[in-house]
Design a protein around this ligand. Structure first.
Ligand code: PLP
Length: 415
């Protein structure tokens, strides 16, 4: 018998909550108490952050890790360490969190948007190549949702034009590309430990690299422009205090202990669900190239083609939430359409470029389309569950698909 849709007054398909986040246990409690009692609460006194940096970097194929207060300043520190100058151009995707582009502006450089691929949702190397000008100095590919960007394509463009490549790996802890860890492929990698991320200490970030000179420059900028052997009150470059505290370092070490198992589980569940959902007409989970050897599933992203699925994206999201499948439509619009870009509200930064830039003329049709009418996100905590949890999600899609006509009668905006 067909169960009435929860959106139309029926019982929700899902009765139990999904895995909660963050996950912690006695090990975090012990580490936090140890740090508390040590009296060494700042990274200059203790060893928690220093140990975590080494372990995180090694787990991501890098010699150096520089922990900082969040995954926005990690991008900015990377750009400054690499010598980005005022009004230089940095290519970024339009489909990402604000920070990927705002970190560029806060480095006094100009973000240039290159569209994403409609199927992988990651930066399209062809669009990157087309966006290059004599002012271009860097590219920031984002491993969106936890699936590595086309790094072969992007590194080849970087090499050809002598550009710095910073991987924005804020979603990609433990992900890999051709078996190489995210964060170890470009010149620098940048991760976030903000609350929603696959590893968290509430806030935090880290820069990863195998380049000793860049690592030294990042380390200096992270701590008020000091140099390792220099006197305490001696400052060499413009900077601030971006050091991570010892309590966060202590938590992150425990989170790192679980990362491998958790990433394997998220990837296994994510692939299983993606295969099930792709059987529905008009549902297209993020296409996974064979170069993606591990997806960290910070998000499961999919596209809905309403004309084939029979229900619009917005109604699908509403109907799934009513069935107690937590999901969202993600970004409502591409970054160039954010008020900050439309109004060029850049404060004192990039004054020369601001006069000539016209973000309202920027066209990124793939990003615009998925924002406006196609994208659905499911969060990483869901993928820490069991196969049965994935089956429930697929069953909710089925329930909605089977009753698409009834839904359309109630929601006339549907196709
Ligand atoms: C793609 C991306 N880059 C950078 C960041 C910035 O990280 P944080 O919030 O730690 O500053 C985020 C955070 O959501 C993000 O999603």
């Amino acid at each position: 018998m067909i169960q009435k849709l929860a959106l139309l007054g029926g019982k929700p398909l899902r009765t139990r909550p999904f895995n909660s986040w963050p996950i912690h246990n006695k090990s975090e409690e012990r580490s936090l108490l140890r740090t508390l009692r040590s009296g060494n609460w700042g990274r200059l006194q203790g060893q928690e952050v220093a140990n975590f940096e080494k372990r995180f970097a090694a787990a991501h194929g890098c010699e150096h890790g520089i922990a900082v207060v969040n995954g926005t300043v990690s991008l900015r520190i990377g750009l400054l360490a690499a010598g980005i100058q005022a009004e230089d151009e940095v290519i970024v995707p339009p489909y990402t969190f604000l920070s990927t582009a705002s970190a560029v502006i806060e480095s006094n450089a100009v973000p240039v948007f290159a569209d994403i691929d409609l199927h992988t949702f990651n930066l399209d190397p062809k669009a990157v190549e087309a966006a290059i000008t004599p002012r271009t100095k860097a590219i920031i590919p984002v491993h969106f949702a936890g699936q590595p960007a086309d790094m072969d394509g992007i590194m080849a463009i970087g090499k050809k034009h002598n550009l710095l490549v910073i991987e924005d790996a804020a979603h990609a802890h433990g992900a890999s590309y051709q078996d190489r860890p995210a964060g170890s492929i470009g010149h620098l990698g940048s991760f976030s430990f903000q609350s929603s991320k696959n590893m968290t200490a509430g806030e935090g970030g880290i820069i990863t690299t195998n380049d000793e000179t860049l690592a030294e420059a990042c380390r200096s900028i992270q701590s008020c422009g000091r140099i390792p052997s220099g006197p305490w009150y001696e400052h060499h470059v413009i900077s601030g205090n971006y050091r991570l505290g010892e309590f966060q370092g202590a938590i992150l070490s425990c989170q790192l202990d679980r990362l491998e198992d958790q990433t394997k589980r998220r990837d296994r569940n994510g692939q299983y669900l993606a295969a099930k959902l792709s059987r529905f007409p008009g549902i297209f989970p993020q296409q996974r190239p064979s170069d993606c050897t591990r997806h960290s599933y910070h998000l499961m992203m999919l596209r809905v083609e309403a004309e084939h699925f029979g229900v619009s994206r917005d109604t699908l999201v509403e109907a799934l939430c009513a069935e107690r499948i937590p999901c969202s439509a993600g970004y409502a619009y591409s970054l160039p359409q954010q008020p900050i870009f439309e109004n060029k509200a850049f404060g004192p930064y990039i004054p020369k470029a601001t006069a000539r830039l016209k973000f309202n003329k920027v066209r990124c049709p793939n990003s615009d389309l998925i924002c406006k009418e196609q994208c659905v996100w499911l969060g990483q905590n869901i993928f820490l569950g069991q196969r049965k949890d994935m089956d429930d999600i697929a069953d909710a899609f089925e329930k909605i698909y089977e009753q698409r006509q009834t839904l359309n009668a109630k929601f006339p905006s549907n196709p």
